[in-house]
Structure formats: structure tokens, C-alpha cells
Write a protein that binds this ligand. Sequence first.
Ligand SMILES: Cc1cc2nc3c(=O)[nH]c(=O)nc-3n(C[C@H](O)[C@H](O)[C@H](O)COP(=O)(O)OP(=O)(O)OC[C@H]3O[C@@H](n4cnc5c(N)ncnc54)[C@H](O)[C@@H]3O)c2cc1C
Length: 408
Amino acid sequence: MEHIVVIGGGAAGMVAAGTAAKRGEHVILLEKNDTLGKKIYITGKGRCNLTNNKDIEELLNHVTRNKNFLYSAFYSFTNDDVINLMHEYGTPTKVERGDRVFPQSDKSSDVIKALKKFMLSHGVDIKLNAEVKEILIQNNEIKGVSLSDQTIISCKKVIIATGGMSYYTTGSTGDGYKFAKKLGHSIIPLRPGLVPLETEEAWVKELQGLSLRNISLKAIYKNKEIHTEFGEMIFTHYGVSGPVVLSMSNYINDYLKKGKIRVLLNLKPALDEDKLDQRIIRDFEKYSKKQFKNSLQDLLPSKLIPVIIGLSGIPENKYVNQITKDERKKLINLLTNLPMTISKMRPINEAIITSGGINVKEINPSTMESKKINGIYFAGEVVDIDALTGGYNLQIAFSTGYLAGMNV
Ligand SMILES: Cc1cc2nc3c(=O)[nH]c(=O)nc-3n(C[C@H](O)[C@H](O)[C@H](O)COP(=O)(O)OP(=O)(O)OC[C@H]3O[C@@H](n4cnc5c(N)ncnc54)[C@H](O)[C@@H]3O)c2cc1C
């Protein structure tokens, strides 16, 4: 019997291996680490946001690169299928804010356990500490794979599910890109995706540790509005991070290659200018006999007050009842359009996903098979597909893994 080799025991590889084995294939899964799913283990802050409960079209709307490529995969193995698989193999799930799905236990290890059970129940031969060095090809035909300990495993079909380039201690060191390149595939340049951003302004660093809720961020490149995001963010020693910033990074990474990006932080997106003005007038009436520096505590977190005062140009000791309408207008503008300059993204190793990867034009979207070499399949993050946070990236890994496993 011919073997099928799956390279990579992450989310995509485990689903691919289990699915192919369920069809009666003899599957060998090769994982270079001494455990399966090291990256899954750290997902969702150790809780693993394994998918999202929205309907499929909505899931697709959260894919920021090559969404059309994913239609077959997402409809072949849906979020319900992921949840059912978890339930079948002993990991019940729950739905949280934003339709995010987590294991009921809040333990990512339970997701790994379920995937391992799925594979073992269908007879996948799991080999740990098995690092693939090369895919062996002769006359355009797959002969097998060679491992770093010189072992050769012969096979006719290989699923490459080696992940991306970030958090490399989890095992994703970009090997799949090298294999694919050698097989004649083109690689869309690799960049960090869902990654914190570095800013130029000194005041940003003064706010280190401050997190803000219900804010919006608007990114602008050369007067062109690129994207706006609402939600939470946090200031860090290098710039900004948090959900809004990570999502924003997926929209601006192509522009950042060309130059700096201006982002405007709206601290009060729920209020239009008039309502915010009325709100400030009320506060100024309340604190009319106080100095400006002692009038903003109802409006802003205390850490932000000296920064806003400094940027407003209004003297901090000015009495509130002497602040002019023009000065108030300036303050409103600052609160709704606080500018920051994004100079670069943090390094790829700090990214949640790797943007770029195997060119989707060279992969059949209905089977995940290479259009260049028969018998080579791709699944998961190694492919040039990106999505936002919320369980979408693991759904991509599971769905593409399933499709590869069904067609291999
Ligand atoms: C901190 C963090 C949190 C995240 N949180 C979430 C979340 O909550 N929800 C979500 O949807 N996504 C999340 N992601 C993204 C998600 O983890 C990835 O998109 C997903 O794991 C990709 O799955 P994969 O199977 O393609 O790759 P991986 O999970 O990276 O698996 C690839 C496997 O291949 C193995 N491998 C690589 N090269 C070789 C080789 N030469 N030989 C043998 N084995 C090899 C690696 O050791 C690894 O085990 C998070 C990512 C990070 C970094």
C-alpha cells in the first residue's frame, strides 16, 4: 500500500491526516517537535479560539487575503464541522463574545487532544521528532521524503502543512516555503500579519500599559483612507497593540512597504462632534473654577490627561472658565483625531500569522493540490491566505486541511 505523508502536526496537518486516514488511506504524519500542536497550545492566550460561529459568508468576510480561494474549503468543512469534530472526540465547546468558539474547558490542550484522538481512531501513524529535510522528486514524480536523521520514507503523495514563520519556537520555521520553492512554486513575499505596530511619537511610549476600549483607529496613506477599526487597543513601549491594532496591521501591511502610515485615534467614536462638545461644555461647567489640568478626569483615563493637555496647546493652569471656543474646538479635534505615525510592524516572529506564502494561483482550490506537481498538496498557514482574529485562521487551517485530506 502506498503511504501518504503529511508534513506538520499542527491544526492543518492533523485534520488532513485524520481525514485521509478515515477514507482508508495509510497516513504517516511527520512532526519535528516532540509534541503535536505546539502553536495551537498558545492560541487564544492558552484557551484556543478554534473557530467562529458566524455563518459562512460572514466568515469569508473576515478573510483579508485571497478570500475567493477559500470558498470550496469553507463550504466543505464548515465551522459546524469543526465544532462537531471537537464534540465527537471529547472536547465540548462554547461560544463567547463576537461568536468566538472556545473549548468549554478553556484549555487549548483539549483541542489538541481531540485532534490526536481523531487521528489515532483512524490509524494515522504519528511520528514525532521527525523533521523533514527534503521532498524527493524524480522526473516530476514524488518518490518520498528524507528526514534530518537520514531516514527516507517513500510515498507517492505529500501534504505540506508546515505553518508560517512566526513564533518559530513552536516549530513554524518556514520549511514549507523552501520545499515549495524547490518544487517550482512561487512564494508571495512573507510579512508579519496580525502584528503590533511601532509608532514614532514619544508621547505614545509614555502611555505604555494603558488600554482603551470602544475607540476607533483610522489608517491613512498619502491622504487615502485605508481602513477603520473599532474596539480595544493598548499602548506599549514601542507603539500600539491589542485587537484593533492587530486587525489594522492586516490592512496596512502592503502600504507600509511604501512608506509611513498616519493613524487617527478617535477616543470617543460613539459621540459626534456636537454631542462631544456638549459633553465637554457640561464637564467645563462642573469644573469651571478649576484649572484645565483638573477638568478632564470624567472624560479621560488619568494617564492620558497630561498627554492630551500637552498636545492641545492649552496651558494646563488655565482656568476652565477662561478656555475659549476655539480652544475647545482644538480639544475636540484632538480627542477624535489623535494622530500617530506608524513607522513599521513588529518583527515577523511576534506576528500571530504570516502574511504571504504559497501563491494560491498555483493551487487547485477544490482539492488543495499543487498545479505544478501531481501528488503535492498544501494546507494551512503555509498558503498565502490571511484572516482577522476571531478564530478565522484556525478555521482556514482546519478547512484546507480537510480538503487536502479528502482529495489526496
Ligand atoms: C500567539 C498566537 C495566538 C493565536 N491565536 C489564535 C486563535 O486564538 N485563533 C485562531 O484562529 N488563530 C490563532 N492563531 C493563528 C493560528 O495558530 C495559526 O494560523 C494556525 O496554527 C496555523 O496552523 P498550521 O497547521 O497551518 O500551522 P502550525 O500550527 O504552525 O503547524 C505547523 C506544524 O508543522 C511542523 N513543521 C514545520 N516544519 C516541519 C518539518 N520540516 N518537518 C516536520 N514538521 C514540521 C511544526 O513543528 C508545526 O507543528 C494564533 C497564533 C499565534 C502565534
